[in-house]
Design a protein around this ligand. Structure first.
Ligand SMILES: *Cc1c(COP(=O)(O)O)cnc(C)c1O
Length: 347
């Protein structure tokens, strides 16, 4: 097999979600947008459904319609982007619940689908999605008469517990929603970890279930093993890869593995990242190419060329890789390409 093998531990996702759910007394939903953070929305959502999740969030209606096929009629599927033009049939036919973001969306929704459930997203300071406080002030009464299922907002800085933005958004959200008698939701993974003040009736963890920071106690979910195509010896002074960016300082053995930046192994990872042969770290040698990476395996015992090398797993987490590329674990996961063979365990 020429492709890397991505092993996704659904049991670990279930454990992480269950442990996050145990931190709060309300309902815990599951965020499975962007194909379940790149890990397979249907597989992840079905595993979490078995674990007790009854409400799921996606980014757009198309994702929700696909998820409905996987989950059957019972779970609630909420859509962060709300009711977009042209989505009425899909929202109706697949029973999605749009999180209404503006007065325009509210009008569109109640005109096209009177009586169809919806939630409302409020902007508490992030300025990304949701009604502004003034907008909400103008339509709250009319909207509440239609009995929204949820009032939600999103935290901008929840992964920084000491950031004053958290308390400020909590205050704004509370002022906008107190006493209205509608279930509320504010917390993503970071918000769950901020404590009970942030939990309200429903939390919305995503990354923590997938094994990423800020949920520091998360069980690792993803392992990536990449096949070695060939190995060669270099004498001192020979170079590897584009732009000759690696020069052998000694007699060197190089393994060429079968994956590259087209598979989401960000080119910026190169200088700081290792692949593992068992427990032995082997540095990347030279530039990461589109489909290939050179790895310095000189320090392995001679005659023990590995068949595969591990890029992600117990030795190197998605957050270590994210640090190496100056990004976040979310981007490492959602960049994982379509060429890997995917194996699900622990479902
Ligand atoms: C992505 C997202 C979440 C989940 O956030 P995590 O940081 O992955 O836990 C929750 N709510 C909204 C609105 C989101 O966009």
């Amino acid at each position: 097999m020429g492709t890397g093998k991505l092993t996704i531990d659904l049991g670990a996702i279930r454990t992480n979600w269950r442990n996050l759910a145990a931190m709060n007394s309300g309902e815990t939903s599951a965020v499975v947008k962007a194909d379940g953070y790149g890990l397979g929305a249907g597989k992840v959502a079905r595993a979490l459904q078995k674990e007790g999740a009854r409400t799921f969030f996606v980014a757009m209606a198309e994702e929700g319609a696909a998820l409905r096929q996987e989950l059957g009629p019972d779970p609630v599927i909420n859509v962060f982007s709300g009711h977009m033009p042209g989505d009425a049939d899909m929202i109706h036919d697949t029973g999605l619940v749009p999180m209404i973001n503006s007065i325009d969306q509210l009008i569109r929704h109640v005109e096209a689908l009177p009586g169809h459930p919806f939630g409302i997203q409020l902007d508490s300071g992030m300025n990304r999605l949701g009604m502004e406080p003034a907008e909400w002030g103008a339509v709250a009464q009319v909207a509440l008469e239609q009995r929204p299922t949820l009032l939600m907002s999103h935290l901008a800085c929840a992964d920084e517990p000491d950031h004053p933005m958290n308390a400020q958004q909590l205050k704004t959200f509370t002022e906008l929603t107190d006493g209205l008698g509608v279930p509320r939701s504010l917390a993503n993974t970071g918000g769950v970890l901020l404590g009970p003040d942030y939990h309200f009736e429903m939390t919305r963890p995503g990354i923590g279930a997938y094994g990423g920071l800020p949920y520091i106690d998360a069980a690792p979910v993803v392992t990536l093993d990449i096949p070695v195509i060939q190995c060669r010896n270099l004498v001192k002074g020979e170079t590897v890869g584009y732009a000759n960016s690696f020069t052998a300082e000694r007699e060197t053995r190089i393994a060429t593995v079968s994956a590259g930046y087209a598979d989401g192994i960000l080119r910026a990872l190169g200088p700081k990242t290792h692949l593992y042969a068992g427990d032995t770290p082997c540095p990347i040698a030279g530039r990461i190419s589109m489909d290939l990476i050179g790895v310095d395996i000189t320090d392995l015992p001679s005659g023990s060329d590995p068949a595969t090398l591990e890029l992600m797993g117990r030795h190197q987490s998605i957050d270590t890789l994210a640090d190496n590329a100056d990004t976040i674990g979310y981007e490492i996961l959602t960049s994982l390409g379509p060429r890997y063979s995917r194996r699900y365990i622990g479902g």
